[in-house]
Design a protein around this ligand. Structure first.
Ligand code: 5AD
Ligand code: SF4
Length: 525
């Protein structure tokens, strides 16, 4: 299939003009005067598909095409010569890793990275849609960038990531923020060279959002941030459709990479001297379900643990798919760290049912029991949502008691945020925002206490720390993380940055530990 046929078959929406960009102001005025219907018909024609719950739910298992032939056409290679790019990343590690891919592509086009907004010739906002406040931050930034765009008409401003997969967001940008030059979706990253080129030469906003979930493209370039820790995607998308969550719509259906491609990437990173790998996926425990072979996350971890790299972690887990084989493999230890992030979301079985999490409080506790039996020293952390529609005080109390019972050492806690297009966003909700905020405070108080308790146990003990660099507060102090993801600050020569060293803990705070270097000798696993 050639590029043209492929684009047609994938319901692409691209809008561009062949004219050279000029008269930005005139363009902006013209767009401002258009009605939203005009804008939509102009920019989306009929091929733009909005996230559609019914359609998304009726996803069928279909073969995903894996491509190994990504290449940047000769015509795009010099496009960024003498120019700079800046990518602002919002949200999760998946987004941060996508940023590394986009940076890799832009650098192959000749662009150089910059951290200075005013210096950039292209600015991309890699956005997050998980909660309303994440979206508000992006819209704030879009507004801040307007004067710069008016001053520098040739600047390319792009919006990508999860928000660009939402119809309402794209409409709002078209209507209210015509100074944006480019919008592209999470399945269109590999099209960046073409899109940047189109945006550069077009008068109009270039919009390319594929509603169909993407294929897997294996050989995309990556400009990794740092040489110590690396992210490796093992799968894309999510099929769980928790009733509050926008991810299955913005990231598409579950697609697993082939084990051999993952293993090769991890081996390569080990050979380059990376010390820690985090395997990424929206629901990593579903890894392999969509493959033709009988191969799951436990099998993958069992192979990866044999690679000579000190630490391997994964995120994020779904309790429902966490199987016994995986527990058995994790119990082998070695470079598989004894920290598991296991989002529970709520301690009430009734709330879990309406969240469509497909497990009960008892199922979760049973899973925790099994994990602890196999890995007695395991550290568990979690994600919790408070104020789900109609959550009662008693149901919230069940969340508090679950936190006590499991003894989570840390938790990311959120107030429920309705996301347009998800089932729960349509439900009546009798819990006031005041009540939700109050519950969050009570939960955070307990979570902080639990964290502080676990930190106290470290005082006097020696831990292994992967040294990442200078601490944020004091350049004379270095900081790094233990296998259990505890942040440790200590004084040591800068030469230990990038190494795993032993540090004796002398003081514990709620979220961090202070220590003293035991020995500067490098510890290699
Ligand atoms: N509102 C609040 N929190 C949410 N999360 C996902 N969707 C929402 C939402 N609509 C939280 C979940 C998830 C984490 C990444 O974000 O706790 O595990
Ligand atoms: Fe969202 Fe995670 Fe549920 Fe998937 S498993 S729908 S990403 S909360």
């Amino acid at each position: 299939m050639n590029e043209k046929q492929r684009l047609e078959s994938e319901q692409i929406t691209t809008t561009h003009s062949s004219d050279v960009k000029s008269e930005v102001d005139e363009n902006l005025d013209r767009l401002k005067n258009m009605s939203s219907d005009e804008l939509i018909s102009k920019y989306f024609q009929t091929t733009y598909e909005v996230p559609d719950l019914k359609k998304a739910r009726s996803r069928r298992k279909k073969d995903v095409d894996i491509h190994y032939d990504f290449d940047i056409a000769e015509e795009f290679r010099g496009l960024g010569q003498g120019k700079k790019f800046l990518i602002r990343t919002y949200g999760c590690q998946m987004n941060a890793h996508d940023t590394e891919v986009m940076a890799g592509i832009l650098m192959q086009m000749g662009y150089a990275p910059t951290e200075v907004t005013e210096e950039a010739d292209i600015i991309l906002l890699n956005t997050c849609a998980i909660r309303e406040n994440a979206e508000n931050k992006v819209f704030g930034e879009i507004g801040h960038l307007k004067p710069l765009k008016l001053e520098k008409p040739d600047l390319i401003l792009g919006v990508c990531g999860c928000m660009s997969q939402e119809e309402s967001v794209v409409n709002r940008i078209l209507k209210k923020h015509p100074h944006i030059d480019l919008i592209f979706g999470t399945h269109n990253i590999h099209r960046l060279p073409n899109l940047v080129s189109e945006a550069q030469f077009s008068k109009e906003m270039v919009v390319e959002v594929w509603s169909k979930e993407g294929d897997i493209i294996e050989n995309l370039p990556k400009a990794r941030k740092g040489k110590i820790k690396a992210w490796v995607n093992i799968m894309y998308g999510c099929d769980k459709f928790c009733t509050y969550c926008i991810v299955p719509y913005t990231r598409g259906k579950e697609r697993s990479r082939l084990p051999e491609d993952i293993i090769q990437e991890v081996r390569h990173l080990a050979a380059q001297g990376y010390k820690e790998i985090t395997l990424l996926g929206q629901n990593v425990n579903a890894y392999g379900k969509d493959l033709d072979i009988d191969y799951r996350l436990g099998d993958l971890m069992d192979e990866l643990r044999k690679i000579d790299i000190p630490r391997i972690r994964f995120t994020t887990s779904h309790p429902r798919d966490f199987d016994d084989h995986l527990i058995e493999v994790l119990a082998k230890g070695g470079n598989l760290v004894d920290h598991i992030h296991l989002p529970v979301q709520s301690g009430s079985s009734d709330i879990l049912r309406v969240m469509a999490r497909r497990y009960t409080r008892e199922d979760y506790l049973e899973l925790v029991r099994k994990i602890r039996a196999a890995i007695p020293n395991v550290t568990l952390t979690t994600d919790i949502i408070v104020g789900f529609p109609n959550e009662t005080e008693e149901q919230f109390q069940e969340t508090l008691s679950l936190v006590e019972e499991v003894g989570f050492e840390a938790a990311y806690t959120y107030i429920y945020s309705p996301r347009e297009g998800t089932p729960s966003a349509r439900w009546e909700d009798n819990v006031s925002m005041e009540e939700k905020k109050e519950r969050l405070q009570r939960l955070n108080k307990l979570v902080n206490e639990k964290s502080a308790e676990s930190m106290k146990n470290y005082v006097g003990k020696t831990v292994k720390v992967l040294v990442e660099g200078e601490s944020k507060k004091d350049p004379d102090v270095l900081s790094g993380y233990t296998e259990k993801s505890k942040l440790v600050n200590f004084r040591a020569p800068k030469s230990v940055i990038g190494q795993i060293v032993e540090v004796k803990i002398v003081n514990a705070k709620t979220w961090t530990l202070d220590g003293e270097l035991v020995e500067a000798a490098v510890e290699v696993n």
